[in-house]
Design a protein around this ligand. Structure first.
Ligand code: GN1
Ligand code: MG
Length: 340
């Protein structure tokens, strides 16, 4: 660790690193000096993000755009090493260092409609700040990331090639997925229709990807690895998916998994406070669909990973991905009731 930090900061420092957060993809550490948080250090998961340099390029384009519009870059940019590289390399692993935003905090669950509103406003502001940006400049850091047709194909492959015992065990869940095929069809219709625009989209809008200040006001979004061209239903939908229910996606007590109406209203209000002028009325008709789209997609991603033998998501115990699947399918049902 000290060697990696030295690549960014030189050798003259007294810092310690502690594991931080609970992301499922990268390894994240907080870098401190005498208990004061100074940086966030991350080792990139390069089996998920195969081209780390694309991510750095994307961030450069985004920040250059804001500067050209005389807007302040309002998200934390990773530092360069002393040699001017975006990552420090050690044993083939990519590490990046980002300044810690002073007085910021993040939460792992959304506990009030006010928090939901604040976070939704931040993600709405993020996309709307890039109005006029040429999205062709952004490289997809994970090809097909929120392409439900592609995820559907992957899910079907897991039904053919997955572990037979697990496929048998998941009979009920597979049936529930099949009952919701209309969600895939609707996505295909969106893909075909040029009325739905691609915009600068965050693609991972869970609440711990927003920094808050001490008064619980949103500061900015973080975790920009998956910023790519996308549809607004990805960002809005992942907020529905992760803020509406008191229980998180890790919760196995399904009684805690349900969609709360006041949180739903707060998300829509916060998001539209920045996006209302940018979305067409046709796009706004997709607002209820956004949550179905994201909850369903997450359910089939967890289920495919379970059937494939847990090759993608970090798991804490054997049936973790199966439990996550049940959780998301339960949430999907409750969500569908919210709008009907
Ligand atoms: C992953 O790393 P984390 O936990 O923020 C995943 C998201 C999923 C999420 C489910 C690159 O995000 O798409 O929604 O897990 N990110 C990637 O918890 O696959
Ligand atoms: Mg994260």
């Amino acid at each position: 660790m000290q060697e990696i930090l030295s690549a960014f900061l030189g050798t003259n420092h007294e810092l310690d690193t502690i594991p931080f957060g609970n992301g499922l993809i990268h390894s994240t550490y907080k870098v401190q000096n005498n208990g004061k948080s100074l940086y966030i250090l991350q080792k990139l998961n390069t089996s998920v993000f195969k081209n780390p340099l694309d991510i750095a390029d994307n961030l450069d384009h985004l920040s250059a755009f804001l500067v050209s519009r005389q807007q302040e870059v309002f998200f934390p940019m990773p530092m360069h090493t002393l040699k001017g590289e975006p990552y420090a390399l050690q044993q083939g692993e990519y590490y990046r260092l980002t300044p810690f935003v002073p007085n910021s905090r993040s939460f792992d669950s959304c506990n009030s409609p006010d928090e939901a509103y604040e976070a939704a406003l931040q993600f709405g502001r993020f996309t709307s700040s890039f109005e006029g940006f040429d999205i062709r400049l952004l490289k997809p850091s994970i090809p097909g990331f929120h392409d439900l047709s592609f995820r559907w194909k992957q899910f079907n492959e897991s039904l053919s090639n997955g572990i037979p015992e697990r496929i048998q065990l998941a009979g009920n869940e597979i049936k529930l997925v099949m009952d919701n095929l209309h969600i895939v069809d609707r996505f295909n219709a969106v893909l075909q229709d040029r009325a739905y625009q691609l915009r600068v989209t965050h693609h991972d809008t869970k609440i711990n990807n927003v920094l808050f200040n001490e008064y619980k006001k949103g500061i900015c979004p973080i975790d920009l690895d998956t910023v790519m061209p996308g549809y607004f239903i990805s960002d809005l939908g992942d907020m529905f998916r992760t803020y509406l229910s008191p229980g998180s996606e890790e919760e196995t007590d399904l009684e805690t998994i349900f969609a709360r109406n006041d949180f739903k209203d707060a998300i829509i209000e916060g998001y539209l406070s920045k996006m209302a002028d940018q979305l067409t009325s046709k796009e706004k008709e997709l607002i209820p669909y956004a949550g179905e789209f994201m909850i369903f997609m997450q359910a089939i991603r967890f289920l495919a990973d379970f059937l494939n033998g847990d090759v993608y998501y970090g798991i804490k115990y054997e049936m973790n991905n199966f439990d996550r699947t049940k959780n998301q399918l339960h949430l999907l049902k409750s969500y569908q009731r919210l709008f009907h």
